[in-house]
Design a protein around this ligand. Structure first.
Ligand SMILES: *[C@@H]1O[C@H](CO)[C@@H](O)[C@H](O)[C@H]1NC(C)=O
Ligand SMILES: *[C@@H]1O[C@H](CO)[C@@H](O)[C@H](O)[C@H]1NC(C)=O
Ligand SMILES: *[C@@H]1O[C@H](CO)[C@@H](O)[C@H](O)[C@H]1NC(C)=O
Length: 241
């Protein structure tokens, strides 16, 4: 029997297919599935002036595709935001009880005349119920830094993890200690197991993996100043096993 669709039903089906892109412009606007979340996250916007919106093109079990467009001035050296894709919910375990944190990403910036980084950001805490906007420890993996962007603190060594030699930076802010692994050149396509970075810190920096829960896994960009520019993230994937 032929399927007969009313014109209005056809229109709403077309809308469901084509209206997938989500636009996030409010300071902490989010779009999420059970597995993934994207947050515009303009946490430092009051440090300068400008604007930023984040667009989610697709979000499924196989990954997240999104972009963020920004323009920031003033407040040199202050981070304005961290638009990110992250894992929305996962079993919180001590880092020493994890078997892997596999992830992959392809990304590009269309204007690199900016002060900004492109980085992974993970928090750990001794309290399983710690706020997910900070931690006892922060692990950052800077796949790129443009212009004058620098991690918190100062460089303490170099570290070879996953076939790449990174500059390792360390600094603290209040009770949070931050380790940042910084690539010497932009890595626009990256696949890795982030557990190897925690293993490195456990072996070389006394990171207490058996008493720290992994509480967040995020990937995004921290703008300081510059723009207008767009970061496009093609198919970010991550898991905690
Ligand atoms: C995204 O990447 C993952 C891991 O490489 C892959 O399994 C998946 O098929 C990709 N999804 C798309 C839409 O390309
Ligand atoms: C964490 O929060 C859960 C849910 O509110 C609670 O049941 C649990 O006791 C808390 N654990 C700790 C260590 O505070
Ligand atoms: C230090 O932490 C405070 C409070 O969370 C925050 O406002 C500030 O931006 C942080 N400073 C740096 C350099 O990260």
């Amino acid at each position: 029997m032929p399927l007969k669709l009313q014109p209005t039903l056809l229109l709403s089906l077309a809308a469901a297919v084509y209206a997938q892109e989500q636009t996030l412009c409010d300071q902490f606007a989010v779009y999420a599935s059970d597995q993934y979340i994207v947050n515009n996250n303009l946490w430092g916007e009051s440090e300068g002036s400008g604007s930023q919106c984040t667009y989610v093109d697709s979000m499924s079990a196989s990954g997240v595709t999104w972009s963020t467009t920004w323009d920031w001035s003033g407040g040199d050296g202050e981070v304005k935001s961290y638009a990110y894709s992250g894992l929305n919910s996962f079993n919180k375990l001590y880092v020493s009880d994890l078997s892997s944190i596999p992830t992959s990403v392809d990304w590009s910036y269309d204007n690199t005349n900016i002060d900004a980084d492109v980085s992974y950001d993970l928090f750990t805490a001794a309290d399983i119920n710690h706020s997910t906007s900070s931690g006892d420890y922060e692990l950052m993996i800077w796949l790129a830094n443009y212009g004058g962007a620098q991690p918190l603190g100062s460089q303490i060594s170099t570290a070879t993890v996953g076939d790449t030699t990174w500059a390792l930076w360390y600094g603290s802010n209040g009770s949070q200690q931050t380790y940042s692994f910084v690539s010497s050149s932009p890595q626009t396509s990256w696949t890795g197991d982030i557990l190897e970075f925690f293993d490195y810190l456990s072996e070389n920096q006394g990171f207490p993996a058996s008493s720290q829960y992994l509480i967040t896994v995020q990937f995004g960009t921290e703008p300081f100043t510059g723009g207008e520019t767009t970061l496009t993230v093609n198919n970010w994937t991550a898991a905690v096993n």
